[in-house]
Design a protein around this ligand. Structure first.
Ligand code: LLP
Length: 423
């Protein structure tokens, strides 16, 4: 194993019986690689948060919709959300039944609302206008309402979804208007949900928001609404700073807080329905890396650049949110390199913002090295694009047997032009 920097993936046996350089030569570069064992472990962390019979982990599929991963997640006992006809279609393809899919959308057409309801999914709407529209196209239908608890949290302003500055959810003060629309269209208000934002490492805001939603649910139960689902949203973080030893969220403490709060509330209200948490990142981030190849290195004045084929079309998070992903370096006959130099790792896209990792202290990266961006399983491939007319990469899964199999082929020039209408 060529291991200039690989102690993290070594420690979790990420590549099983495979070697990352060999994977790149077999499947091409760049390449998303996932590990089944890690994915299962993360599902189990979450499923273990509460033993209440109604407790569900509603995996938020926007983080990664590869059906091979979805099937594993389903086999662990999770249900799933969808927020577009595409996600609904792929969830179904992976074997999720309509009862296992919740449609959590915002600002969608009447047709889309009806499509989800006709499929048999419960639909969650996030404004009075969308509730009205749902009532018009699905009178008498089952619906959930997304409330905005006024509390937000997340790693970037772009992913904080609670609070007054965001487009999401219905203000709890608007409950009378909600009731009016529900009554006019004879809807069955069967659930409430919220999502405060994405990536927090401290549970306090989530737990505070949980109590706010439970208070709303209690009010609705007392008013006689047949609530079946109370969905607290996702956002649970995981450590991206692997090489600095960043600690994980304390799942035991989180379990005590969540289980304690929910069982007490269920006992006091007599509620027998389901409680959802809706994590995406926590489930899939750590089971994925993206491998790429260093095609050039250079100095620009004092600045050292390593130029790779992982542009922001392959991994968008650093460019979009200044997000941090740790880096590993694999080299033929490489040896652990203890001396670090400041380097910036960039991609192959025609923009200066095409930066994967800025000013990092790392062993000197050389042309021909294969690098891994860690924790790329969530919001990685799903946010890839074909800008600059680059084709999106393949994905492989290291199964429980330690062997890699292709779960998405690399795009071809034919894929790139398949939607064009040429004269
Ligand atoms: N539920 C709803 C309604 C959501 O909008 C989201 C994420 C989730 C659940 C799952 O959140 P998670 O557990 O993954 O934090 N592209 C960004 C993250 C965007 C999150 C969007 N909504 C990133 O790469 O950081």
């Amino acid at each position: 194993m060529a291991n200039v920097r690989s102690t993290y993936t070594d420690s979790v046996n990420f590549y099983g019986q495979e070697d990352p350089r060999e994977l790149v030569s077999r499947f091409g570069s760049p390449l998303y690689v996932y590990n089944e064992n890690i994915l299962r472990e993360r599902c189990r962390d979450l499923l273990g948060l509460s033993s209440l019979p109604g407790f569900r982990v509603n995996y938020s599929a926007k983080a990664n919709t590869n059906p091979a991963l979805l099937r594993i997640i389903r086999s662990e006992g999770c249900v799933v959300d969808a927020m577009s006809p595409g996600e609904l279609h792929i969830n179904a393809l992976a074997g999720f039944t309509p009862e296992e899919i919740t449609y959590v959308c915002n600002n969608v057409s009447a047709e889309e609302l009806k499509n989800a309801a006709d499929h048999g999914c419960v639909v969650s709407v996030d404004s009075l206008a969308q509730l009205e529209l749902f009532g018009e196209v699905c009178p008498g239908g089952r619906v959930m309402v997304r409330f905005n608890p006024g509390i937000g949290a997340g790693h970037s302003e772009k992913v904080v979804t609670g609070g007054k500055k965001t487009k999401f959810g219905v203000d709890p003060d608007m409950l009378p208007q909600v009731q009016d629309i529900v009554a006019r269209h004879e809807l069955r208000l069967v659930g409430v949900n919220q999502h405060i934002g994405s990536l927090f490492m401290e549970a306090a805001p989530y737990l505070d928001a949980m109590k706010i939603l439970l208070a709303m649910a209690e009010k609705l139960l007392k008013l006689g609404y047949p609530l079946e689902i109370i969905d607290f949203g996702g956002g649970l973080g995981m450590p991206y700073h692997k090489y600095e030893g960043q600690s994980r969220m304390d799942m035991k403490a989180l379990s005590e807080a969540i289980h304690g709060c929910l069982s007490e509330w269920a006992a006091s209200t007599g509620y027998q329905g389901r409680f959802f948490i809706e994590p995406g990142r926590y489930v899939v981030a750590e089971c994925g890396v993206v491998l790429g190849t260093v095609h050039a290195t250079k100095n620009n004045g004092p600045h050292l650049f390593a130029g790779t084929d992982i542009g922001f079309t392959v991994l968008a998070r650093p460019m979009l949110y200044d997000a941090f992903h740790d880096v590993e370096i694999y080299r033929e006959n490489g040896a652990p390199d203890t001396e670090n130099v400041e380097q910036t790792i960039v991609g192959n896209i025609c923009e200066s913002g095409d930066i994967l990792a800025k000013d990092r202290q790392l062993p000197l990266i050389r042309q021909g090295d294969v690098i891994a961006m860690l924790d790329a399983g969530a919001y990685g491939w799903v946010m890839a694009s074909t800008y600059n007319q680059r084709m999106r990469p393949a994905e492989v899964l290291i199964g429980a047997d330690g062997k890699a199999r292709l779960i998405r082929r690399r795009e071809t020039l034919e894929d790139l032009t398949s939607t064009l209408v040429l004269d």
